[in-house]
Each structure stands twice: as structure tokens, then as C-alpha cells.
Design a protein around this ligand. Structure first.
Ligand code: GUN
Length: 300
């Protein structure tokens, strides 16, 4: 082998990690059900007929049942008013059989996602989007953590010996991924930079990263020469792009083939972060159930 031969990055297998986590959740759920005689329950609410949301909701319900948890699905017409949705959320908040509530986003025009999110009991907010949970994430913790960033952290811990002291760059500042991701990395003693569309010299910022988390929703924006040699790259992007033969395929925010020749470890798309999100939703449901019902916290 010549000196110029480049070792390929380790491919971080999110599908396998998610399957392992789901197996641990199923074991814990069975243990808790055997001990307490009840089953943790997740309510998923879908308003309208958005095709992608219908697939997500179906997958969430199937995964919930497969883990041995109870799934409650509420499908409401696109004509539902905000008041009607808030009334459903209030009844789910009161329902002792419901441990987790997820209202699928986006919501139809005319319904405020912020108002609905704020109406969910923070103890049942398995998305971790409620302002109380967002605040706890930046404070002393103890709240419910958004699923996708939590999944990224589990993959990172599996891929790296140490997080403390690493330079971490998060590309993207969304409420759902970028901001909570930055909080979790800071909590793990990384030195964190949050970069976004107005940041100057993104390639140079990215090259400073021992850990790069890309969550901008722009297909293959991060090129191979943006990557620090040996870096750990977590690609949260899921972008559908047209192919030459008139079909389409999924790509991440990172140009995988280029980046894999430079990075130390990298998540593929699909099969990286994506499968972790639903697994972490089930994890949050079990954690919420344990806290609300006074069970010992599951080891997940
Ligand atoms: N729509 C797309 N992803 C999500 C998610 O993680 N939670 C909710 N509630 N809606 C979504």
C-alpha cells in the first residue's frame, strides 16, 4: 500500500445501534410491566393528510407496539381548529394511561405549533419541545430531551472514546436539532460552535471540528475538504434529490463519498441518525412513564 492511500472512515451503523436500543427498551418495558402490572402508553396525534407525516405516524405506532408499549393514535381532519386540538391535548394530559404525547409536525395552517407544544404537559412531552424541557436542557437537566439530538449523542458516544475537550461544530440552529444538539455537546464538555446560514467561512469553521454535526437540510452541502482529518461526522440531513434516470434518492447534508475519505467516522444517509430518532422516542416514553408513575428509572 502506498503512502498516499487514504483509509476510509468507519461507517457508524445507526440501524444496528437503533435495533440494539429498541431491544433494550423492549426488555425494560417487559420488566416494568411484569413488576407493576401496567404498560407505558404513547399517544400520537396527526392532523390532516400530509403523506410523509402519515408514514412517520404509522412507523411510530408500529415501533411502539413492537417494543411492548401501548400506542394510541388520534387522526384528526385538516379542518380541525386549534381549540379542538388543544382540547384533545388537555384530555391526553389528564389521561393516566398516557405517558407520552407527540403531536406530529407540521400542523395545518391556522394552528400554532408553538401554542400546541406549550399546551402539552412537560412530563409527557416525549418530543422534548416544550419550553420547560428546552430550558432544563440548558440548565441542570432532568427534563425530556429531543429525540434526534439524543440519538446523535448515543452514536457519538459509541464512535468516540472521549467527548470532553473536543471541538464540536453544529451546522444549523433549529429548535428541533441544532440548539438542543449544542446543549447536549456542551453538557458533555465539548467546546461548541453553532454555525448557520449567516456564519462567515463555513468551510474553515467545519475544518476546526473534531465533531461535526450537520443539520441544515441542504443536500451534500458539506464537502470532503470541509472535514478535519480523523473527525467524527454526524449527518442529520435527509434530503430527497432527483437522479439522472428520473428517480430519486436520499442524501444527507454531507457529501458522503468525499467525506468518508477524510473523516475518522461518519454516519451514512439513510441508515445513520434516522433510525435513532424513533428509538429515542420510545426511550423517552419509558423514561416519562417511570418518572410519572414513580418507577425506578430504566437503564437505557
Ligand atoms: N415531524 C418531523 N419530525 C418530527 C418529530 O420529531 N416530532 C414531531 N412532533 N413532528 C415531527
Amino acid at each position: 500500500m502506498s503512502d498516499t492511500t487514504q483509509a476510509m472512515a468507519t461507517r457508524i451503523d445507526g440501524k444496528a445501534a437503533a435495533e440494539a436500543l429498541r431491544a433494550r427498551i423492549a426488555t425494560e418495558a417487559a420488566r416494568l410491566t411484569a413488576r407493576h402490572g401496567t404498560i407505558a402508553g404513547l399517544a400520537v396525534v396527526l392532523v390532516g393528510e400530509d403523506p410523509a407525516s402519515q408514514v412517520y405516524v404509522r412507523n411510530k405506532a408500529a415501533a411502539t407496539r413492537a417494543a411492548g408499549l401501548a400506542s394510541f393514535e388520534h387522526r384528526l381532519p385538516a379542518t380541525t381548529t386549534e381549540a379542538e386540538l388543544l382540547a384533545l391535548v388537555a384530555s391526553l394530559n389528564r389521561d393516566p394511561d398516557i405517558d407520552g404525547i407527540l403531536v406530529q409536525l407540521p400542523l395545518p395552517a391556522g394552528i400554532s405549533a408553538a401554542a400546541v407544544t406549550a399546551a402539552i404537559d412537560p412530563a409527557k412531552d416525549v418530543d422534548g419541545f416544550h419550553p420547560v424541557n428546552a430550558g432544563r436542557l440548558w440548565g441542570d437537566g432532568g427534563g425530556l430531551v429531543p429525540c434526534t439530538p439524543q440519538g446523535c449523542m448515543i452514536l457519538l458516544r459509541g464512535a468516540r472514546d472521549r467527548l470532553a475537550g473536543a471541538n464540536a461544530v453544529v451546522l444549523g440552529r433549529s429548535q428541533i436539532v441544532g440548539k438542543p444538539m449544542a446543549a447536549l455537546l456542551l453538557g458533555a464538555d465539548c467546546t461548541v460552535t453553532v454555525a448557520h446560514s449567516r456564519s462567515r467561512d463555513l468551510p474553515a469553521l467545519c475544518r476546526s471540528a473534531d465533531i461535526l454535526v450537520a443539520a441544515v437540510g441542504r443536500p451534500e452541502m458539506v464537502r470532503g475538504d470541509w472535514i478535519r482529518p480523523g473527525a467524527t461526522v454526524i449527518d442529520v440531513g435527509i434530503n430527497r434529490v432527483a437522479t439522472a434516470d428520473g428517480r430519486s434518492r436520499l442524501v444527507g447534508d454531507v457529501a458522503y463519498a468525499e467525506a468518508a475519505t477524510v473523516a475518522g467516522a461518519i454516519t451514512p444517509v439513510p441508515g445513520g441518525v434516522g433510525p435513532m430518532t424513533i428509538a429515542c422516542l420510545l426511550r423517552n416514553t419509558l423514561i416519562a412513564a417511570a418518572r410519572r408513575r414513580g418507577w425506578s428509572e430504566p437503564d437505557l
